[in-house]
Design a protein around this ligand. Sequence first.
Ligand SMILES: *[C@@H]1O[C@H](CO)[C@@H](O)[C@H](O)[C@H]1NC(C)=O
Ligand SMILES: *[C@@H]1O[C@H](CO)[C@@H](O)[C@H](O)[C@H]1NC(C)=O
Ligand SMILES: *[C@@H]1O[C@H](CO)[C@@H](O)[C@H](O)[C@H]1NC(C)=O
Ligand SMILES: *[C@@H]1O[C@H](CO)[C@@H](O)[C@H](O)[C@H]1NC(C)=O
Length: 478
Amino acid sequence: MDAVSWLLLFYSLPCWGQEGLHPGDQGAFQPQSALTEMEFASVSSYRGPGNHDFRGNKELPIILWWSAGLFPHFPADTERIDCNYSSCLVTRNRKVQLYKRTAAIIFYGTDFRAYEAPLPRLPHQTWALFHEESPMNNYVLSHGPGIRLFNYTATFRRESDYPLTLQWLPSLEYLLQPLAVSLQEKNRWRRAGLAPVLYMQSHCDVPSDRDRYVQELMKYIEIDSYGKCLNNKPLPERLDDTSTATGEDGEFMSFVARYKFHLAMENGLCSDYMTEKLWRPLHQGCVPIYRGSSSVADWLPNPHSAIIVDDFSSPRKLAEFIMALDSDDTEYSRYLEFKTPSKITNLRLLEGLESREWGVNDMSKPNYLNGFECYVCDQENRRLAAERTHLRNPDLHPHPPPKMANNSHMGCSLPRPGYGEVEDIPPNDGWLQMWPQDYWQSLDQAEGLDSLIRLNESDPALLWNHIQKIATRRARGH
Ligand SMILES: *[C@@H]1O[C@H](CO)[C@@H](O)[C@H](O)[C@H]1NC(C)=O
Ligand SMILES: *[C@@H]1O[C@H](CO)[C@@H](O)[C@H](O)[C@H]1NC(C)=O
Ligand SMILES: *[C@@H]1O[C@H](CO)[C@@H](O)[C@H](O)[C@H]1NC(C)=O
Ligand SMILES: *[C@@H]1O[C@H](CO)[C@@H](O)[C@H](O)[C@H]1NC(C)=O
């Protein structure tokens, strides 16, 4: 039976909706027949750090992964997880959506679609958002009405509940790796005709509109551009394959490491959104020319390890700066001082790497999906316990305050042209036709979904009607 049929089945069941809002009240738990199959399946156990939660599977709150493809357990559809503080059942089986015991639903931001949201939204259920990817993947989440639907978040923003800011940086050792190509050798390559600056990009039509900037920069400084975007040089044949170009392939790495400067431009601009585009040149000992997170300086090894595009008033000024650095070995070398451990002076970076509980390619630590799932599990068990305490003695124990995300958990801004003003861009420009529109349509969707939830609708396909109504009201000036 597919998820839709299950939903239909459940809509036709008489009583799930009227059952109070206190799923944590285990004493009052009534077995629900459709649970049995799951309850008595042999649930194996994800061994977390261990806890003192001795409840049986039937008593545990359920967490539903709405984005089944990301369910971080294999091969089962349902697992017991034993987290630091407490335990939960996690499942990707959507038939539990409307269960009283289902305490939380986890969504993957890239897959989150307003027109497929689990409705009606039950007041006792929290929503949790996992979104480590680029803001461009889903601008719904960058609008207040979109992000406020979620109670817990794991995003690249440091303000999120379970921040993934350094997700692309495997370790401190990765940064401290000795120079892949010495400065003397890089200078030899320069004399042999290699440009000072590398650009390697095959994903061209992106919200940050990076090509428009690079194209302007190219007027003032030589740039070797290998990918599909602004290509002016062929890649050697053995590297002409995006799978090697994106991975940490050895040949690819030594090919790019010969360049003194790497253009490191993210596909979407958002505070704290930093990817391998930044960390890989630092790893190799090349100087990144970076545009992406406006607060990138907060995470760099020291105040002198990357060139930040937005520090320059124009591409011409930036080009002049790079050319000066290219001809001054002493100044250039200062940018690589962080290869000496004592020169990594940024405490936020050091503490961030030290304190994160998840690992990157590190089997000795949980991955961040399991980590976030456990974060949600522990939060929910604490919340449920606080609600039980409140019910037992409302005078002594107030109801726990609501908890929800806000724009500081994502909040990426309207895409702007990579160079120049929006007024100067011809109306038929591909970027102009795509991204600003996508951004504003996402706001419509966020508002539409918010309206569906407030009116307790059960059919997410009504989204379009709600968007229409909101637009009409707005046009009438309400
Ligand atoms: C929301 O809708 C469901 C059925 O779709 C109903 O059972 C429930 O009582 C409604 N909740 C409120 C607060 O109206
Ligand atoms: C897990 O619990 C231990 C002991 O209570 C605590 O020291 C540690 O910080 C906790 N870890 C997480 C990830 O919460
Ligand atoms: C979760 O977020 C929703 C929507 O923002 C909110 O109405 C609800 O009170 C929150 N739940 C908890 C337990 O904080
Ligand atoms: C937004 O969320 C952050 C972190 O969760 C919180 O510290 C801040 O107070 C919130 N801001 C507003 C305006 O509610």
